[in-house]
Design a protein around this ligand. Structure first.
Ligand SMILES: [Zn+2]
Length: 286
């Protein structure tokens, strides 16, 4: 998984040192610290602000359920394949068993896999929506993730609707070896059918989108949007720097850098994302 070492939440809980003071109980995780500007933030304020730092506009990851609420009409989302999850075809064990790892991630996130897929409406327009969630094993692309995305495209073909995929990923799921890599051609093949049918496909890249996801369906959108500051690439900057021995340009692999280079079409603030997506769906389905 990963060429990108960013499994931690972007906001870390502050440890308050009370030595010398009377000990007080503070509910854990009430205060957070912005990873970019390092300011202290009240968790509830941050959540109300869609996980965007009010001081520096840093976009911290948004969990899939919150992202779905942001991009759909209330109550319209119908989840598909909720029970689909990774098996352990290779009986893989590294420092721990793959099945144990999966179980821990299920307990941590309440999800069965690294993506939630379904159908929904936005301002009354029907579309198919898939949202990857980095909290679940870095949203790496295992067989179940690939299968869910494939079925999402097939659903859109059946219902003749656009597809929107919100990406975040560390890349391939190494515990599934070649089966993970096979998800790249598999998702691209069904995507080709979507294009033949003339159905729009919109990608929203969030921080971070790396590896096999970037190398397949994430860069094949008719329209590719990205959140400010999102890191997007195949291999991470450190790997590239060490391999090429070259100094990387400023802002390398950020959404803004890639907008300038033409890989993505538009950088959209999370607060405007719902409106912009609604407009895009309107334009592309007329
Ligand atoms: Zn900040």
């Amino acid at each position: 998984m990963s060429l990108f070492n960013s499994g931690k939440a972007k906001y870390s809980t502050i440890k308050i040192n009370y030595s010398g003071y009377r000990k007080r109980e503070i509910p854990e995780g009430l205060w957070l610290k912005c990873r970019k500007c390092m300011r202290t933030l009240y968790k509830k304020v941050l959540e109300k602000n869609l996980n965007i730092c009010p001081h520096c506009n840093y976009h911290s990851p948004l969990a899939a359920p919150e992202r779905i609420a942001l991009l759909t009409d209330a109550g319209s989302f119908r989840e598909m394949d909720a029970q689909l999850e990774s098996a352990d075809p290779l009986q893989f064990t590294d420092s721990q068993k793959y099945t144990d790892r999966l179980n821990k991630n299920k307990a941590k996130t309440g999800m069965k896999e690294g993506i939630i897929c379904g159908t929904a409406t936005l301002d009354g327009r029907e579309y198919a929506l898939g949202v990857m969630d980095f909290r679940f094993l870095a949203a790496s692309m295992g067989s179940a993730v690939g299968e869910k995305i494939t079925r999402l495209f097939e659903k859109a073909l059946e219902r003749k609707t656009p597809v929107v995929l919100v990406t975040a990923s560390g890349g391939a799921r190494m515990q599934e070896g070649i089966l993970s890599l096979m998800q790249m051609p598999k998702t691209c093949a069904v995507l080709e059918r979507l294009k033949e049918a003339g159905l729009p496909y919109i990608v929203i890249m969030t921080n971070p989108t790396y590896g096999g996801v970037t190398a397949s369906f994430a860069v094949l959108g008719d329209l590719i949007l990205a959140e400010p500051g999102a890191m997007i690439g195949f291999a991470g900057p450190r790997v590239i720097q060490e391999t090429t021995n070259a100094t990387l340009p400023k802002g390398f692999q950020t959404a803004e850098f890639l907008l300038e280079k033409g890989l993505i079409d538009r950088v959209v603030d999370r607060k405007n994302l719902r409106n912009e997506l609604s407009l895009c769906l309107d334009y592309l389905t007329k």
